[in-house]
Design a protein around this ligand. Structure first.
Ligand SMILES: Nc1ncnc2c1ncn2[C@@H]1O[C@H](COP(=O)(O)OP(=O)(O)OP(=O)(O)O)[C@@H](O)[C@H]1O
Ligand SMILES: [Mg+2]
Length: 303
């Protein structure tokens, strides 16, 4: 059974803005990544999952319950980390944590203490005096301090320094091992790469790709970079019927897509030419993602 389900969700804000016919399902114990550029529709989708917004069309449900009609209960139980943190002024972090604890009616002092230590947060200062990073850490502890089974995270590591980002990623991996179900939006490829089992890419409010993370790593189509010693060799090679990722006559270099099964052909072709360098370019989630932004050009996302 899906724990988190977005089914044909549409929210049209006009002028092509919003989300359109978005469907996602997250199974128990799964970490699902939601990637997309600024304004793609990540927060809009997440706000519908948290029951803050009512779908125009379609539904969002968690544990089989509609998010909009069960918003209050879901908001108390889910571990939600918003993209933008708004803390009430005039109180300390400790007071804020206490307030959230009372609002939820769930207390887990030991877990809260563990989180404060893990994220190196001293909450005994006023919310107004907090730096961006401290605010983010407070939001992280607030979201998780009741040890929720379901985590919904909107760009969770933005505002955290690289060491804290890694601590956060390790925490997510360990929570996944404890059976938590996690949905996270992000711009940060390595964060998604390290944590997510499945990934959807959203662009202009529509899902443009969804896939199993491991499938991308096990691709049989690879990119190779070949550099030649002379222009004659470069020209002969670039006239062959390969699918070129890029061609650079100035550097006598070409990048070419080759299926594993055609590897012998590539080697046989280049051994007839004067080659100075040849190697595989690892294909990453970032490369894959960038393709959707360079559809009109020859893809040169690989360096
Ligand atoms: N309440 C609203 N009224 C009108 N337009 C909105 C509203 N909320 C979001 N939008 C628009 O919908 C689109 C999607 O916004 P959304 O905040 O979901 O993007 P996002 O993927 O979270 O982007 P970011 O990475 O910048 O956080 C944007 O064009 C945004 O301007
Ligand atoms: Mg957002």
């Amino acid at each position: 059974m899906s724990i988190i389900e977005v089914s044909h969700l549409t929210k049209d804000y006009g002028h092509g803005r919003g989300v359109f016919d978005v469907s996602i399902d997250v199974a128990k114990g799964e970490c699902y990544g939601f990637l997309g550029p600024n304004g793609a529709g990540k927060t809009t989708t997440i706000r519908h999952l948290m029951g803050f917004s009512k779908p125009q069309k379609g539904t969002t449900s968690i544990l089989g319950k509609k998010c909009w009609s069960n918003a209050a209960k879901l908001q108390r139980t889910i571990g939600y980390l918003p993209g933008e943190i708004a803390l009430p002024p005039g109180i300390t972090g400790t007071e804020f944590l206490k307030m959230m604890e009372q609002m939820r009616g769930i207390k887990n002092d030991a877990y809260c203490k563990m989180l404060l230590e893990k994220f190196e947060l001293d909450p005994n200062i006023g919310t107004k005096q907090m730096s961006l990073g401290v605010k983010r850490k407070l939001a992280v502890v607030t979201a998780f301090m009741h040890d929720p089974d379901i985590l919904i995270l909107d760009e969770p590591t933005s505002g955290l320094d690289p060491i804290m980002q890694q601590i956060f990623i390790d925490y997510i991996i360990s929570e996944k091992k404890r059976g938590k179900t996690i949905f996270l939006s992000s711009h940060i490829f390595h964060e998604v790469d390290e944590t997510c089992d499945r990934i959807a890419i959203i662009k202009d409010g529509e899902i443009v790709s969804h896939f199993v993370a491991d499938d991308l790593k096990k691709r049989s189509d690879k990119v190779y970079r070949v550099t030649f010693k002379d222009m004659g060799s470069y020209e002969k090679f670039t006239q062959l019927p390969y699918r070129f990722a890029s061609r650079n006559p100035g550097k006598l270099r070409a990048r070419v897509h080759v299926e594993d099964k055609n590897m012998n052909q590539l080697i046989s072709d280049i051994t007839k030419l004067q080659v100075s360098d040849f190697h595989e370019i690892p294909f990453t989630l970032e490369d894959y993602f960038m393709q959707f932004y360079k559809e009109d050009r020859i893809f040169e996302g690989v360096k």
